[in-house]
Design a protein around this ligand. Sequence first.
Ligand SMILES: Cc1cc2nc3c(=O)[nH]c(=O)nc-3n(C[C@H](O)[C@H](O)[C@H](O)COP(=O)(O)OP(=O)(O)OC[C@H]3O[C@@H](n4cnc5c(N)ncnc54)[C@H](O)[C@@H]3O)c2cc1C
Length: 461
Amino acid sequence: MTVPTRELEISGFRGDVITAEHADYDDARAIWNGMVDRRPRLIARCTGAADVAAAVRFARDHDLEIAVRGGGHNVAGTAVCDEGIVIDLSAMRAVSVDPAERTVHVQGGALWGDVDHETQAHGLATTGGIVSHTGVGGLSLGGGIGWLMRKHGLVVDNLVEAEVVTAEGEIVRASAHDHPDLFWALRGGGGNFGVVCSFRFAVHPLGPTVTAGPVIWAAEDTAEVLRFYREFVADAPDELGTIIRLGTIPPGPAVSHELRFRPAIAVGCCYAGPVPDGERAVRALREFGTPLLDLVGPTRYVDHQSGNDDTVLHGWHYYWKAASLMGLSDEVIDVIAEHAHRATSPRSYAAIFHMGGAVARVPRDATAYPGRDVAHHIIIDAVWPADQHGAVATAETAWAREFVQALQPHRAGVYVNFLDSDDDASRVREAYGDDTYRRLAQIKATYDPENVFHHNKNIEP
Ligand SMILES: Cc1cc2nc3c(=O)[nH]c(=O)nc-3n(C[C@H](O)[C@H](O)[C@H](O)COP(=O)(O)OP(=O)(O)OC[C@H]3O[C@@H](n4cnc5c(N)ncnc54)[C@H](O)[C@@H]3O)c2cc1C
């Protein structure tokens, strides 16, 4: 519906309202994935929960579609809509640590770099995203995987409480004691249940220096490295988080000119414990085969957390496919080795997250993140600069589709936060499984019966 500009005044709103006439409009509607080009009627840049509540009520009164923007990193671009209103939390990034209580209070528009910066000042950390410019909001609400999860659980396993603006425009608190059904749904159910204005997470002693970094082998060694890795992680301690990256070697100060953009397989490590213990835990990995490069060493945790930032810049074009795997069987390894290095863009890559540990010890029905028994999530990330849209885009999207299709026989669901825009409602159901989806739909019927919050990976009431 088209609302005349003079009616775009939100009663009781203190933040900025940005419409197409404003100089900031194009910046304000741009998100991480440069392929997403949507033109909302207005962007309500909120300063706090009161603004969010006012914006929700305004949207409902004017029958405007709502998109909620946290960090703006969702590849499907759900943070912006055409014609409707964007409830933009990007000005709500405050983070404060309570060291005595061992919790951190995080506003709904904060980025993971904000959280790491503040928590590490106290020698504390919590599980968070592996790229510091990713938003806390969307990542947390889908479950939240990261380097520390095998020791400290998923992001949602650390959630203590959340302040939420509901579809009615009411501000409520959700925790194990207040609105426990809403609290359950927020821990995996995405942005379906309201706008989270702030989170409180448990934090744990860490660092500031940890044993971290990648060991990198030539692409030709992919199958052998994966077979070794399968045994290596089988009895890895919970403290050891590892993520495999299959793609070219990103340029960086520690990478020689000859190795830049060379196709490779890297196993990234981060040990959530004392540095010497970490060195012992990764020794066998570093001694395997003939690495091209070994960058493992004592590293500041905050540096490790932002070490991949430049490999996924804002404004490039991105297309993702993903699947969950119960293990790295010989067949799975063969598929990965065959497809991983077929991308033509040197920016494209696949990443394989090692799950298990504390993640697997939480009962499946304790939260709305159901994939507790999954061994690995794989994400196939086609990436190309905006000015190469055309033949490169076609080749890269085909690569991602063929790769995920080849994994189809081994697929054990998918992580909801890795779904792209052409993943339809059946994929959302796949991500949750029948039992979790049914329970989420019931809670949705209580908190958002009219599906006001539907511009997301939608759970229908
Ligand atoms: C470079 C990169 C690295 C990533 N790394 C990881 C990783 O390490 N671990 C991992 O688990 N995932 C990772 N992801 C996936 C990530 O979890 C999703 O992209 C997630 O949607 C990003 O959240 P956001 O707030 O930045 O995104 P947005 O696009 O702003 O939000 C996505 C959706 O989440 C909802 N939402 C966001 N904030 C709020 C809020 N405060 N209240 C209510 N709803 C909200 C809205 O429905 C919104 O449409 C990564 C993504 C990228 C692009």
